[in-house]
Write a protein that binds this ligand. Sequence first.
Ligand SMILES: Cc1cc2nc3c(=O)[nH]c(=O)nc-3n(C[C@H](O)[C@H](O)[C@H](O)COP(=O)(O)O)c2cc1C
Length: 399
Amino acid sequence: MRKVALGVSSSISIYKACEVIRLFQSEGLGVRVIMTEKATRFIQPYLFTSLTGERTIVELFDDQQRPIEHISLVDEISLLLIAPATANIIGKLASGVADDFLSTFYLAAKCPVLVAPAMNEAMFLHPQTQENIRKLKALGVEFVEPDTGYLACGKKGPGRLASPETIVHHGLRLIKSREPFRDKVFLVTAGPTREFLDPVRFVSNPSSGKMGYELAREAWQLGAEVILVSGPTGLEAPAGVYLEKVNTAEEMREAVRKHYSRADVVLMAAAVADFRFKKTLSDKARKTEIGQTLEIEPTPDILEELGRQKQRQLLVGFAAETGRLGERAAEKMKKKKVDLMVGNDVSGPGVGFASDENEVTLFWPDGRSRKIPRMSKRKISQEIMAEIEVLLNERKGKS
Ligand SMILES: Cc1cc2nc3c(=O)[nH]c(=O)nc-3n(C[C@H](O)[C@H](O)[C@H](O)COP(=O)(O)O)c2cc1C
């Protein structure tokens, strides 16, 4: 099992470290906590020991730990994350001071280092702190920028510890990032589109965007640059991902076209509406007029257009069907020059649209298929990325 060393220093936001541990564990990673001595004034080490199942380290000189543990632990970990990081620990790391376990361990660590600062805004904006951060960045240390908002001291400004989700998302990229995803541009579409009749009425579908957002998150963690073109959803884009919001199928088509030439992999997970109103009214239609204005026409088939213009791009399509999945997915794949088709039968209960889980079948142009049983959309996105990795490696082998 891969392991993260989590350094915890004495910030008031220390309680968020518990959630950071839980999120890493839910990704199958072990966590070993190292606290500064002052952090133990806020929280007893035993809390972290209970959460992680491993004794929390505080002291550099400790009869109960392995001799020279600050060196032996180095080989066990894939990431050193310091969250929350005080101005003090950042200053010590930047100047090479090694006067406790955490700062000594930083100098010995060979893995990537990620720091999540948390402090009062004056402390964060102080030129000394900023200089320390610059110095560490120049040495290859990565930072999760703090949020701006109300701080524990009652002031408003930058310095609030980033959310545990954002911190873990960055950490996972440092652990998981690898060839062939690095230096690749992934273009992902997500969510529904809205086709307006007038300013207050539209047709759409129940797509929540969850599948596309999970794919974007996963691709970023694997090291790719990710552009997410999203229809209206209630979701927050994963940190690091470039988000372009659209409403209609036409807007989605324009956004996708704009980024297509840069893309290496395109994942069309959006549920684009199949039809739109021939005429969109600029003023709200009166109820009695509506029956006369409901003339419809098909929306552009974006995937088919991309298939026609395809150069080096790897094209992944999504087909939501209610029956005859294999037949319909194969048909679409051929017509649209798709390299991998993800088919899902949205008629089943608890899967597909708006659900956290899905059950899909992958289809390849050579007739192969693979059923992925019901699991979370996060896990499904990992399975899809594993297949994309195979396809990218095959291409690399051929070139
Ligand atoms: C209630 C309280 C809250 C504090 N919160 C922070 C904080 O959020 N960020 C920070 O840099 N220092 C904070 N400090 C100051 C640090 O605890 C202090 O600089 C300490 O020496 C840092 O030691 P360490 O980096 O070894 O944990 C706080 C102090 C107190 C008493």
